[in-house]
Design a protein around this ligand. Structure first.
Ligand code: CA
Ligand code: CA
Ligand code: CA
Length: 167
């Protein structure tokens, strides 16, 4: 995942894409199969400091990625409904609560989110999609969670999986 310092403006010296309170320490997002969610805010000794309940989302939705989609230093959550191709972004505040949500648009069920990271160095996370036939797309996102533009980075056979995209 993301390791660069140039994108975010967090207090941490090195931003973690999983940092829900901008303290530089990665946190943990839990999801229950009943649709409940929890965030564990972690200490840097590997212990849970406290937890927050960001709210529910129905069982049809999966967490497709966690990244900072508005460059405020706080991780946000990309949700995908694999049954109908809908997507949502939850913009999070640094208390583990949802502050706003956005609809970035649909993409058909044959597509999966292969990664979320900043592919154009504007500080905003983007979405890498992969089709089961080997096609790929990158969605460059605006800071309000809407799609700015979609780019085809090229195809690679369906026997290939994304193993890493930021080294
Ligand atoms: Ca943190
Ligand atoms: Ca954010
Ligand atoms: Ca970007």
């Amino acid at each position: 995942m993301k390791g660069g310092e140039e994108g975010g403006r967090g207090k941490g010296e090195q931003d973690s894409p999983l940092d829900f309170n901008d303290d530089g320490v990665a946190d943990i997002l839990w999801r229950h199969r009943n649709g409940n969610n929890r965030i564990w805010f972690m200490d840097d000794n590997g212990k849970r400091n406290r937890q927050a309940n960001p709210g529910r989302l129905g069982k049809a939705w999966d967490v497709a990625g966690v990244a900072d989609f508005n460059n405020d230093g706080v991780a946000d959550i990309l949700w995908r409904n694999g049954n109908n191709g809908n997507n949502r972004i939850w913009f999070m505040d640094d208390n583990g609560k949802r502050s706003a949500q956005a609809n970035p648009g649909k993409l058909g069920k044959a597509w999966d989110v292969a990664g979320v990271d900043d592919f154009n160095d504007d500080g905003l996370a983007d979405i890498l999609w992969r089709h089961r036939n080997g096609a790929n797309r990158i969605w460059f996102m605006d800071d309000d969670g809407t799609l700015d533009s979609s780019v085809n980075p090229g195809n690679i056979g369906k026997a290939w999986d994304v193993a890493a995209y930021d080294v």
